[in-house]
Write a protein that binds this ligand. Structure first.
Ligand code: ATR
Length: 497
């Protein structure tokens, strides 16, 4: 089973120990980044393993490899030598691992390490994405000098195609003691599915340090790995589920699914797959044997071309937010529809939208699901969108009215103001204050829904609430549609607490 290694990048050993203590319950080992220490502190590192009370990786990363060490090479090797010297019979007092780059050849250091049970990590840090899976495999195999090293390969990734190469190489390198790292947000799944890749550990960062920015792009923190991604439960044969979207900056779905997987003791894991290309995702999904996935912005329409069967909702809407692997191929469903109407009707205490006049802001995938249900359940809608053409197309389909956000028809909105719903992403993201309809003054009688749920109360909802309107954010809809997805993935009801 893969482990979690926390990178310690503070300026002093004391600070690093404090950070380690905060995460101890969530980690298995730490990497002491000596290059990040103040120069004076670097002479004190020999005693760090004894103070840490857990296995420590010794790393002094050069600037040329993305680190901060800018001294001479001989000075660096002396520091490593000192850190490995005076080895104790009790190995817990010594560094458990030391990381040395592929181009450094100092057999005496490696011999000394070996003699006292310190394992060598032979590492390669690339500055551009991999060329092919075969190239990765060849580079990693070439890292093995004596056969007892751990080999570490880190490359930046820009797209899911780059990430696919890492997964493909991992298969070829099965059985090797290795660590493969895809650096970048596209590679976040590789930071989680480490057990599947066969990497010995994943590197994690301490979010309370370094202004909360991971030292390597895409790195996760130990708590998120354990709590959101049930890292310690992932096995090589765990069934993979996930979410496709781009940029996929905000998603509560992994926590929703993984919490249930843990509670029900299921051998499954749900991970984010940020990808601009749906085609790449489908290829990766075949490769990882992904059993089912949620599909979100901007793929809900394009994903249709990969489906071998479509539910009636998908056919009607032309949008799919759930795909399930079957023997014939991918089956597509849409759970936004029932998620939307279930949430809103429950909020207003009604069984239908009969007699109600509703303004919908937006004409994308989410708006389509909402409009379909409003139409099915007897409501009338006025659709306003930035691009008027998209609003008109939807309005024509259902016999509704359309307008443009650019010349806001305030009187018309007042005429359709039993319920006002924002389906766009305007206002989404912690701290965001954008408002999709700033010119409209709420009277306090409108029911206002915003599909945005981060922040919990968007600027739009806050303004509506201040005017006395009942308000509802998109979290309950998300929960309801996720429960329906669970039902489709596992053919059983979402287990309530
Ligand atoms: P979703 O599936 O979440 O609905 P989508 O299909 O990409 O995502 O649709 C996004 C919706 O948000 C669209 O209505 C889009 O307007 P356009 O059709 O004019 O693109 C709307 N939207 C996104 N960003 C917007 C912005 N900054 N201002 C106004 N509308 C915006």
């Amino acid at each position: 089973m893969s482990k979690i290694c926390l990178c310690l990048c503070e300026k002093t050993l004391e600070e690093n120990l404090r950070v380690l203590e905060q995460h101890r319950a969530y980690i298995d080992l730490v990497e002491l980044r000596v290059d990040k220490l103040l120069p004076n502190e670097r002479f004190l590192i020999r005693r760090f393993p004894a103070l840490a009370g857990m296995p420590v990786v010794l790393t002094i990363r050069r600037q040329s490899d993305g680190g901060s060490y800018n001294g001479t090479e001989s000075g660096r090797l002396t520091l490593i030598g000192n850190a490995l010297a005076y080895a104790e019979a009790d190995r817990r007092m010594n560094f458990a691992y030391f990381d040395i780059e592929e181009d450094v050849d100092v057999p005496s250091l490696e011999e000394a390490a070996r003699a006292f049970g310190t394992r060598v990590i032979r590492s390669l840090h690339l500055s551009s994405p991999p060329e092919s899976a075969a190239a990765i495999t060849a580079r990693v195999k070439a890292l093995v000098h004596f056969g007892d090293e751990i080999v570490k390969y880190a490359a930046p990734v820009n797209t899911l195609d780059d990430v696919i190469m890492i997964y493909a190489a991992a298969r070829e390198l099965n059985g090797l003691d290795k660590i493969l790292i895809a650096m970048g947000s596209a590679g976040v799944s590789t930071r989680i599915l480490t057990s599947k890749i066969g990497s010995m550990w994943t590197y994690a960062y301490a979010p309370e340090t370094g202004a909360g920015i991971p030292p390597a792009p895409g790195q996760l923190d130990p708590r998120t790995l354990c709590d959101t991604y049930r890292f310690r439960k992932i096995k090589p044969d765990s069934a993979v589920y996930g979410i496709l979207g781009y940029p996929l900056k905000v998603t509560a779905s992994p926590l929703l699914f993984n919490t249930v997987f843990t509670r029900e003791k299921m051998n499954a894991i749900y991970v984010p797959f940020p990808s601009e290309s749906d085609e790449s995702f489908i290829r990766l999904a075949q490769m990882l044997d992904v059993r089912g996935a949620s599909v979100t912005v901007p793929h809900k329409q394009n994903i249709l071309k990969y489906l071998t069967s479509q539910s009636a909702d998908v056919q009607n809407l032309g949008a799919c937010n759930t795909i399930v692997r079957t023997e014939e191929g991918w089956a597509g469903y849409n759970t936004d529809t029932l998620g939307f109407s279930g949430s809103l009707l429950n909020f207003i205490g009604k069984k239908s939208f009969r007699g109600m006049k509703i303004t919908i802001i937006g004409a994308g995938g989410a708006a389509r699901a909402a409009l379909y249900q409003i139409w099915r359940l007897g409501g009338k809608a006025f659709i306003i969108n930035r691009s008027r053409g998209r609003a008109e197309e939807l309005a024509d389909k259902y016999g509704f009215a359309a307008g443009s956000l650019n010349e806001i028809p305030l009187n018309k909105i007042r005429n359709y103001s039993d319920i006002i719903i924002n389906t766009t992403s305007v206002g989404m993201g912690a701290g965001c204050k954008d408002d999709p309809l700033p010119a409209y003054k709420f009277r306090g009688t409108e029911i206002v829904m915003d599909l945005v749920y981060v922040p919990t109360q968007s600027a739009f909802l806050a303004r509506a609430a201040a005017a006395g309107c009942p308000t509802l954010n998109g979290y309950d809809m998300l929960l309801r549609q996720a429960k329906l997805q669970y039902n489709l993935f596992f053919n059983s009801d979402y287990p309530e607490i």
